[in-house]
Design a protein. Sequence first.
Lengths: 229, 172
Amino acid sequence: MTVVRLAEVARVHGEGATAVHALKGVSLEVDAGELVAVMGPSGSGKSTLLNLAGGLDRPTSGTVHIGEQDLAAVRDLAALRRRGVGYVFQDLNLITSLTAAENVMLPRELDGVRARLAREEAMAVLAEVDVDDLADRFPDELSGGQRQRVAIARALVGERRLLLADEPTGALDTRTGDEIMRLLRARCDAGAAVLLVTHEPRYAAWADRVVFLRDGMIADSASAPLASA
Amino acid sequence: MSIRHGLLALLSRGPRHGYQLRVEFEASTGATWPLNIGQVYTTLSRMERDGLVTPGESDDQGRVVYTITAAGLAELARWFGTPVVQSERPRDELVIKLAMAVAAREVDVAEVIRRQRTATMSALQQLTRVKRAAADGTDGVAQRLVLDSMIFQAEAEQRWLDHCEAVLKEER
């Protein structure tokens, strides 16, 4: 089942002589249970691709579907994003005045879920990523790896099937980075679709498929060899 | 390094017979260095000659159990205490190939890089998959570290390829 589908997507910033063609006709699908990594130098269109896939930005031409829904036809993109799409960014952006649990509860409460149920959901998902014992700590009281786990928990809470991760291992040492990848991989194996942007080959290698982006186009892609039975 | 230091390291955990040493050697190194049993016994008998190990009596299946000696422990400590010299690397075929692709006429260097990048990434994906499946415990950790070393090397190659691509694009 395809969770997100980009078809011939182009994105132009600005107009006329100063127009920047960030993406030039990219087609990409991510299925449930699949981890796809996008690699490319800065300016290659990686972040634009991620923003379009998650409905944070709209394409100049081409279509983006999340599940069956054509994003061009969706009025309330914010609601669709909250319910269907989780984001993990390098700079974490956990809210510092809220505890780990409160950070995870926030998107659910915005959706009108009552606090008690939102807390139950938050605790369940924090347990899944193994930081439920840190639920009542503030972001400043957590290590980089722990904060990233909380951010992933927040991205997963509710029934979100699509996870978009922009350099989620950015500031972490390689061992902690590996742990974060192990976690994302586990979510994938449990049925989520994950689209990961990274410039580090060692993390891209956790993906089923690696797409190389160059100058707004897909230059080539590498697939993991089939697992030997 | 020689096989003998590897075997001495394993024998420092306690007496072992040849087959056991071979199995543990391969488990620790993630099977990156397969040994045949002949190499193990040849090495053991040379180490016995040099006083680094002593053979015990054979067990009921006729296997001789070897024990590390004080001289063997000293040699092992010397080995661990000496850093490995960054000796001249053997010529890397990929480096030569790319240099020649640049030097030669009418070679699509970008295409050579692209093909290699895809192949290197596939290898990296395969290594990562093996690492994910590696067992827990001491042997599992040793095995993962060996795989990590290969992952870092493949990653360096991938970065170098990206670098080549960027430099050549500028030169054009």
